[in-house]
Design a protein around this ligand. Structure first.
Ligand SMILES: [Zn+2]
Length: 354
């Protein structure tokens, strides 16, 4: 995975009349006209002419204003068809409420990550806003959820329009990454972990106490199981294939509950891996590891906060919320950890959690 940074400042126009341009102008009479025009165009930078569109290839996420490539399809809150958590009103859902111009006075996120102990950093952020470097001092955790909605459009509707909450990223059945707000904002997705974390909601109907419930939104097609198209009609997942990456029905214990669940799609895993690598590389305090016991098993309960020790990393909602079970027993922790290892990120501090 090749992740590159593209800072907004590169989009500024060049100052007029730089020395190289002046040299060319002085020699106008000795060069053919087309050559002069070509050189002028090249030296001025055609992408930097006022009014030209700034190039974006559609795989960029936004981290404190910086555009960061992921190599996977991304739709930002800025884009047509994106989900905008900055909007202080519901979208137009005629069955719920008619469209309104007036905001409903409800913000869906916090404008300040709390708990900044460094006084200089706190003052700087308050007065000048976040830079990626400052944000890297504060964010050390990524929380992975399933949305229990089955599609990113339904997830955003429930989160934003109904519950007044937010999450930085939504990951749809076909692998599209939706970013709903800059990761500098304090999204409301994981209670006590909100100040230090980034949230990712993966589209999935969820884990259930019985196999029958877990299969309620799936059907058998040929030899394969797949998401039932009838369950996602009218949503952003409507035309996605929806085949689980691994075919078996998974089961496991989380917080003492025995649960059944179908796997996430291959496209979702691929996008999640790319997103995690991009975030870990950009914000290096996020350790590229998941909470495991000494036995090597992923912890099936709360992640313990050991005073004075780094316990950050990539966690499930169940690791930071005692009443939560997402992303469920089907989630492939080994796979994402291997992907992070293959990306050769800075090695994580070894801390054993029990
Ligand atoms: Zn959750």
């Amino acid at each position: 995975m090749n992740v590159q940074y593209c800072h907004m400042s590169t989009l500024k126009t060049s100052p007029p009349g730089n020395s190289f341009t002046l040299v060319i102008l002085l020699n106008l009479q000795t060069l053919p006209l087309y050559l002069v025009l070509g050189i002028l165009l090249l030296t001025s930078g055609c992408a930097q002419i006022a009014g030209n569109l700034a190039p974006r290839i559609g795989d960029e996420i936004v981290i404190a204003g910086d555009l960061v490539h992921t190599g996977r399809p991304v739709r930002l809150w800025l884009d047509s068809g994106g989900y905008d958590a900055y909007r202080a009103h519901r979208r137009d859902f005629p069955e719920i409420s008619s469209a309104r111009d007036e905001p409903d006075q409800i913000l869906r996120f916090g404008s300040m990550r709390r708990g900044l102990t460094d006084a200089d950093l706190k003052a700087r952020v308050r007065h000048q806003g976040w830079t990626r470097a400052d944000l890297a001092e504060v964010i050390d955790t990524i929380v992975i959820h399933y949305d229990a909605c089955g599609s990113s459009s339904r997830c955003f509707h429930i989160l934003h329009d109904i519950r007044g909450l937010s999450c930085h990223f939504l990951l749809d059945v076909n692998g599209t990454i939706y970013q709903t707000l800059d990761v500098k904002e304090r999204a409301w997705h994981a209670g006590i972990a909100n100040d230090r974390s980034i949230g990712i909601e993966i589209a999935h109907f969820g884990a259930f106490p019985t196999a029958e419930e877990a299969d309620r939104h799936y059907l058998v097609e040929g030899e394969q199981i797949r998401l039932n198209p009838a369950s996602v009609v009218g949503t952003s997942a409507e035309f996605s294939p929806g085949f689980p990456s691994r075919q078996p029905l998974f089961e496991g214990e989380i917080h003492g509950q025995h649960l059944y669940q179908r796997d996430f799609t291959e496209a979702q895993y691929q996008s999640l891996e790319a997103l995690l690598v991009s975030l870990c590389r950009s914000l290096p305090q996020i350790e590229a590891r998941v909470p495991r016991q000494t036995s090597g098993q992923v912890k099936d309960g709360l992640r313990q906060e050991i005073s004075g020790q780094p316990v950050a990393g990539i966690v499930g909602h169940w690791h930071v919320g005692s009443h939560k079970v997402d992303p469920g027993p089907a989630f492939d922790w080994d796979r994402i950890e291997n992907a992070l290892r293959d990306a050769k990120l800075p090695s994580a501090t070894t801390v054993t959690l029990d």
